[in-house]
Design a binder for this molecule. Structure first.
Ligand SMILES: *[C@@H]1O[C@H](CO)[C@@H](O)[C@H](O)[C@H]1NC(C)=O
Ligand SMILES: *[C@@H]1O[C@H](CO)[C@@H](O)[C@H](O)[C@H]1NC(C)=O
Ligand SMILES: *[C@@H]1O[C@H](CO)[C@@H](O)[C@H](O)[C@H]1NC(C)=O
Ligand SMILES: *[C@@H]1O[C@H](CO)[C@@H](O)[C@H](O)[C@H]1NC(C)=O
Ligand SMILES: *[C@@H]1O[C@H](CO)[C@@H](O)[C@H](O)[C@H]1NC(C)=O
Length: 716
């Protein structure tokens, strides 16, 4: 059983570390061997450097821990149990040399870097669940707390964790949520009777047992908690936080019954008062993934799927943080399945489904790239059609889509969008890579080898600035991994000049916009590469953009608590179940009454003047406790796990000479499998939770999807 994990070390360093492990379960023991390889040239050549770590076995679960600050720090957790313990191999020079350090405990999870100071690490120890901290990059460790169930780095060097008060970690609803801001010198219990917690954007979410499980939200790191105010909630429903950014929260509330659909609610900037955003939202409870995705580099653009009344799957998009959703337009040059298109309006034609069956590729552009391109897989026609999904490209933030490739493909964006590459998804060996220099309109092929390869994955340096892409696979004999790196630099013979770029007004493709280009209260003009320019953007390329503010219109507002927008309407209407009910809620311990005309500005919206509806929150001077106002609902904290990371799991059964699987999720220990590039996932997980300093305008933490924690899995 072999597995491979790959990690890029640093940015622009070209260093790639690859760890292959081979483990055999044997009665209650495990025997294994691992090898470490290192490349300094973007994966073109690799050296076996296993001797550098003294041939120590690295367990698949620990993988390669890379510091998120690109400083070249690497930690490998070696298993030297034959000498009674675990040994860290620490490198500060991009994996060139490693320093061994014996650990005074048996680690349970991978080392967690403090995203703000990568010399500080956290981990939990096995069986006793002690929380250990190191402030000198793993050289010395001190135990800072006992009986810890789940730990996370928070903003400004804070550490949040749940701890057992009485019983075990499985006694959820009995845990304490604690916080330390001085690396474990002092602790503060910020909540008790906690079920679980999540950090996202500026928010801390905690589900607390108060009779039932209820979501409490804090914007000040747990000092004050408020209960999510959702209109019309009843029994037997679950909540799930889809995403949270610096401004607000998207929450899915399950519909009654087992329909699989629910309603998306959007919060105010305190995360307290929610209003309805989208009905019939499809929440795929099978697997841990929903279709909810941030689409492009434009702020506030999200895409997800709904199940229409007639049972078809439809993809909808919002450009303004969920104030208004619209179906995706039918893509150009696609042959819509004729039978369905005759009795269905065309706008129902395109659906991007990201359900668990399509586990072989990341879906949209890598986050935080300078590219305005989005790629997605999906089908034109309805969801029941068995057509294989095609690849679509949008160059305008999701307004229009072009069918770029027929059939399923793996793809990558290179040179900040100047180059797209793709390989066909097939079980047969391949020798061709497709590439496009005009944003997916025309594709060319290149034979990268004479001896075709069973393909198992494709990767390029995070950030999509490279011109190198590596393809992973094996040949017929199954004995060796093969990596082929293709450098497209020669193709882009000249550097891009000013005349290769054109001005482009974001959201100008929106036909309904009365104030052309105004979304989220501003207009944004980008300088972007012309489609017909074949040139090299270069590593330092950054999108140039200009912003101007717009006057407010009704489109800059959400419907307030208790109000909603009927289809095709821009006006907000009061929800039936809320009519003649006083809009009161408990905020910071006193009852507040909401006086609203039905509109509330979208958090993060920058519009000025224009439409300014009246809205007041009146403090009724009446004390309240959160508990007294609790709606008695069944709340379950269901985290979604959307990882952009391609997760490869490779199972090589020696009996059948090589069965290769590419899986996205690890199958609860039934196979010894591995998450491809575990560390990158880790890095991004850390980013999510320490986002207070992220440039909220352009580097919105789109990937604020919460991972169901792997350390949690290990506890159960
Ligand atoms: C390397 O491993 C061997 C046993 O495999 C051990 O005797 C030796 O001390 C180790 N060397 C270092 C530098 O860790
Ligand atoms: C601990 O839990 C047990 C049962 O779960 C209960 O009987 C006992 O009173 C609890 N102790 C404390 C200190 O809460
Ligand atoms: C490229 O490979 C394909 C088979 O995959 C073959 O048909 C074609 O002739 C090759 N082209 C070149 C130029 O070698
Ligand atoms: C591609 O890889 C080569 C080394 O093989 C490196 O010199 C070059 O900078 C890389 N190109 C980019 C754009 O990263
Ligand atoms: C919304 O508008 C579309 C086309 O403009 C129309 O087909 C549809 O019936 C309208 N829906 C409602 C509820 O009026």
């Amino acid at each position: 059983m072999g597995s491979l994990s790959l990690a890029w070390v640093g940015d622009k360093s070209g260093v790639v570390l690859v760890l292959t492990t081979f483990q055999v379960p044997f009665f209650l023991m495990r025997f294994g061997q691992s090898n470490l390889y290192r490349s300094e040239d973007y994966g073109k050549t690799f050296k076996d450097v296993t001797h550098v770590i003294n041939h120590t076995f690295i367990q698949t679960e620990f993988g390669i821990a890379i510091s998120p600050d690109h400083s070249g720090k690497v930690i490998l957790t070696g298993d030297v149990s034959e000498y009674g313990g675990f040994r860290l191999f620490r490198s500060r020079d991009f994996g060139l040399t490693f320093e061994p350090t014996d650990l005074p405990f048996v680690p349970l999870i991978q080392m967690l870097y403090n995203p703000r100071d990568c010399n500080t690490l956290l981990t939990l120890s096995f069986t006793v669940l002690d929380l250990w901290l190191s402030e000198d990059f793993g050289a010395t460790w001190r135990k800072i707390h006992k009986s810890v169930c789940l730990v996370r780095w928070g903003p400004r060097n804070s550490i949040y964790f749940t701890t057992i008060t009485n019983g075990t970690c499985n006694d959820k609803g009995m845990l304490d949520l604690k916080k330390t801001i001085d690396y474990g010198k002092t602790f503060r219990t910020v909540a008790s009777r906690v079920y679980s917690f999540v950090l996202g954007g500026k928010f801390v979410f905690s589900s607390i047992m108060t009779g039932a499980r209820v979501i409490h939200i804090s914007v000040d790191g747990g000092e004050h908690w408020n209960i999510a105010q959702l209109p019309a909630v009843d029994h037997q429903r679950f909540y799930s936080i889809l995403t949270a950014n610096e401004d607000m929260i998207f929450m899915h509330v399950d519909d009654p019954g087992d329909s699989g659909v629910g309603t998306i609610y959007v919060s105010d900037d305190r995360g307290t008062v929610f209003s309805k955003s989208l009905e019939r939202h499809l929440y795929t409870t099978t697997g841990s993934e929903t279709d909810f995705t941030a689409v492009s580099s434009l702020k506030g653009v999200y895409m997800t799927s709904i199940l229409t009344e007639d049972g078809t799957l439809e993809t909808v998009i919002t450009y303004d943080q969920g104030a208004k959703w619209q179906p995706l337009r039918r893509p150009q040059n696609s042959n819509c399945d004729t039978e369905t298109s005759t009795n269905r309006p065309n706008r129902r034609c395109l659906s991007f489904f990201h359900s668990a069956n399509f586990t072989y590729m990341p879906r949209t552009a890598p986050r935080h790239t300078a590219s305005l391109l989005s790629l997605s897989t999906g089908s034109v026609g309805d969801s029941e059609s068995s057509l294989p999904p095609d690849v679509f490209v949008s160059d305008d933030g999701g307004y229009s889509w072009l069918q770029a490739l027929k059939g399923p493909h793996h793809y990558a964006i290179l040179d900040s969008g100047g180059l797209l590459v793709a390989v066909e998804h097939t079980d047969l060996p391949i020798n061709q890579i497709k590439f496009s220099t005009d944003e997916g309109q025309c594709w060319h092929t290149f034979n990268f080898t004479n001896d075709p390869l069973y393909f198992s994955g494709m990767d390029s340096e995070p950030g999509a600035r490279s011109t190198n892409v590596s393809l992973w696979g094996h040949r017929n004999d199954h004995t060796k991994w093969v990596v082929i790196t293709v450098d497209f630099r020669k193709l882009l013979t000249r550097d891009c000049e000013y005349r290769d770029y054109e001005e482009w007004l974001a959201h100008s493709a929106d036909p309904s916009g009365s104030n052309i280009g105004c979304v989220m209260g501003y207009k944004e003009t980008f300088l972007r590469l012309r489609k017909d320019s074949v040139c090299w953007n270069g590593r330092d390329f950054a999108v140039t953009k200009k912003q101007t503010r717009c006057p407010c219109s009704v489109a800059d507002y959400y419907c307030d608590f208790g109000y909603y927008r009927p289809e095709n309407s821009s006006e907000c209407v009061e929800q039936e179940e809320m009519i003649s009910r006083a809009l009161e809620f408990c905020l910071n311990g006193t009852t507040e009454q909401l006086q609203t005309t039905g509109y509330r500005k979208i958090p993060g919206n920058q519009c000025e003047g224009g439409f300014q509806p009246e809205r007041k929150e009146i403090d009724l001077q009446r004390l309240c406790t959160s508990d007294a106002l609790l709606p008695k609902t069944q709340v379950s904290f269901s985290y979604t796990a959307i990882t952009v990371v391609v997760v490869m799991a490779i199972l090589l059964m020696s009996a059948i000479a090589g069965v290769w699987l590419v899986k996205k999720y690890v199958c609860g220990g039934r196979f010894l499998v591995h998450r491809y590039s575990v560390m990158r996932e880790q890095v991004e997980a850390n980013k999510i939770e320490g986002v207070d300093d992220v440039d909220t305008n352009y580097m919105e933490t789109e990937k604020t999807h919460f991972n169901d924690d792997s350390d949690q899995d290990l506890l159960e």
